[in-house]
Design a protein around this ligand. Structure first.
Ligand SMILES: C[S@@+](CC[C@H](N)C(=O)[O-])C[C@H]1O[C@@H](n2cnc3c(N)ncnc32)[C@H](O)[C@@H]1O
Length: 569
């Protein structure tokens, strides 16, 4: 990215740096010429190690305490930045828009000898710096390596800041529209782990955690008032809107090709033309030609001048029924269960309830027992959908945390056992009990891997009613999102009652933090299907805290599901 054209967007504007830091002043001064009033930039940096925040030392002993704590270890440096854009409207009052983000850089300190520590402290450098060191000067000699933005450690993440400016000033008018800006949060990295503290967030002391608190970040992202210059729609914006409008056509093309067996056919017999494919799948040539071309345009198939078709890598990876990471089961579930429910999205939004009755003519008090499981085919399709997602995501969840201390685990609602098998593969000493409804357990054998060790067992029961098996680790993978808070409390209370100190709960869900489109759409998915919802990290931490779980850690696995672990205190 060329920074100067981006930062020059500030030229001609009065920029107030709401910080006393000479280092931030230096970083911003180097790149800018400022004139007229309209931007305020605020930033603050903290150092966090082992769940504790280190601010500026108050005296030499405090500096010693901090630096000896950092010695030989990796710590995180966070800088939170707020950009306030001010705009005088025609009524002569000022509209504000707030954009906030944070940047994390990991820094590894060398092992520091006492003499080196005191020599550095005696230099006087630590006193006005978060964590008690300044990487840009003498403090650089303490540092073994830096992972991430160096300037962030100095006190200002210039690169991330410029990217934000680019979003604000370079992207077209549509991005500046109020609704989209309200959701332009960019402050969550794809992958991070951060302790949320051991107390419920209702206790203000709980906010003293190793990362900027969710609640303050959420407040900062709120849009107080915006106005945009109307330059008319831009070409890319139009493209983006059309793509969004086409989204359902793309999904349906994928579902249909999968259901008609196009990908399996072209795997066993590549380079067929449309007429040959049509004959095999018993469809019209005209319709097949349209479908195949749509699949080519979506990157699922390839073709050549002879107009014969082959699977693209995407199809080979995920769309063949026998691929190790086949999503076939999930695709069929999306087509035949989720799709009809989504056609009633407007009602779901108006009423705030799931749409089983409208879509399938059935009342559903319990999503599983009343709808998905009262027909054998639908049940198998659902199990196959869960199996395919769990196979794709299982390893990332199983290895998100160090689970070596847990010898027994219970996967509550573990369905076909796909995650349980990944857990035993990743943790050679772990035994896993899959606990699910009797109607599921009786079919689970169909999904067992061919070569599996005997460390996965199945137990039939209802987790709201029956005694839970004893285990060191309880797993809730895509369980809590099926239920409203009242039911989640019932389940967590029952788990807490089965736990001893040091036991833990591992939750795998799509978490709403970060405004990832998949998570937000998944939330609509839960709305039309269940009484539950997707939740944010903080919501999980609060729910767990009320049942005596703390030391919450989250990993964004970059693989569909996020993972959270919390320990029984
Ligand atoms: C959304 S699926 C998730 C399956 C699996 N954990 C995964 O991640 O693939 C929810 C699971 O919870 C199970 N379940 C629902 N209600 C249950 C209950 N009352 N007791 C035990 N299991 C239940 C379902 O049978 C289903 O397997």
């Amino acid at each position: 990215m060329v920074l100067n054209p981006v930062i020059s967007k500030l030229a001609g504007k009065l920029v107030v740096l709401a910080s006393a830091s000479p280092r931030r002043m230096e970083i911003l001064r180097n790149t800018n010429h400022l004139k007229t009033p309209d931007v305020v930039i605020g930033a603050d940096t903290i150092v966090a190690v082992d769940g504790t925040i280190l601010e500026k030392p108050v005296d030499k002993n405090d500096a010693y305490r901090m630096l000896s704590r950092l010695s030989g270890k990796e710590h995180s440096v966070y800088t939170g930045v707020v950009i306030v854009l001010c705009h005088e409207n025609e009524n002569k009052s000022v509209d504000y828009r707030l954009i906030d983000f944070y940047e994390e850089t990991k820094v590894k300190f060398a092992d520091l000898s006492e003499s080196m520590l005191w020599e550095y402290i005696d230099s006087g450098e630590p006193m006005d710096k978060a964590g008690g060191y300044g990487i840009q000067a003498l403090g650089g000699m303490l540092v073994e390596r830096v992972h991430g933005d160096f300037l962030n450690v100095v006190g200002f993440p210039l690169n991330h800041f410029c990217k934000q400016l680019d979003v604000v000033f370079n992207t077209s008018g549509l991005l500046l529209s109020q609704e989209i800006l309200a959701h332009s949060e960019t402050n969550v990295k794809d992958e991070h782990t951060w302790p949320l503290g051991n107390s419920c967030s209702t206790n203000p002391a709980a906010e003293n955690t190793a990362a900027p608190s969710l609640s303050s970040r959420e407040q900062l992202t709120e849009v107080i008032g915006t106005e945009r210059e109307d330059n008319g729609p831009q070409k890319d914006d139009l493209q983006r809107i059309i793509e969004l409008m086409d989204g359902f056509k793309a999904s349906k093309a994928l579902f249909t090709a999968s259901r008609l067996g196009v990908f399996d056919l072209l795997q066993s017999r590549p380079e067929l033309d449309a007429a040959q494919v049509a004959q095999e799948i018993k469809a019209s040539v005209k319709g097949t030609q349209c479908l195949l071309d749509a699949c080519v345009s979506l990157g699922l198939l390839r073709t050549c001048q002879k107009r014969v078709y082959m699977n693209a890598a995407l199809a080979q990876g995920f769309l063949l029924s026998d691929a190790p990471h086949s999503l076939g089961g999930y695709i069929q579930h999306c087509d035949q269960t989720v799709w009809p429910l989504f056609t009633h999205l407007e009602c779901a939004v108006r009423d705030g309830t799931h749409q089983h009755e409208k879509a399938f003519g059935k009342k559903a008090n319990d999503l599983f027992q009343d709808t998905l499981y009262n027909n054998q085919d639908i049940k198998l399709r659902f199990m196959s959908a869960m199996h395919s997602i769990a196979k794709v995501t299982g390893r990332a969840v199983a290895t998100a945390f160090d689970l070596s201390r847990f010898k027994t685990a219970c996967d509550l609602g573990g369905c076909t056992g796909a995650l349980a098998h990944e857990l035993t593969k990743a943790h050679p000493e772990m035994r896993v009990t899959v606990f699910d409804l009797p109607t599921v357990v009786e079919m689970s054998g169909r999904f067992s891997p061919q070569h599996s060790e005997n460390r996965v067992s199945f137990l039939a029961g209802d987790f709201f009613e029956d005694e839970l098996p004893k285990a060191d680790l309880y797993i809730l993978a895509r369980i809590l999102h099926d239920w409203p808070d009242e039911k989640v409390h019932v389940l967590l209370r029952r788990i807490a009652d089965s736990c001893t100190s040091g036991s833990a709960v591992l939750i795998a869900e799509t978490m709403l933090d970060g405004w990832k489109p998949h998570s937000a759409l998944q939330s609509l998915n839960m709305l039309v299907q269940t009484e539950g919802m997707e939740r944010r990290e903080r919501q999980f931490a609060d729910l767990l805290c009320q049942h005596g779980f703390g030391d919450v850690q989250v990993v964004h696995t970059r693989n569909f599901l996020d993972a959270l672990i919390a320990f029984k205190m």
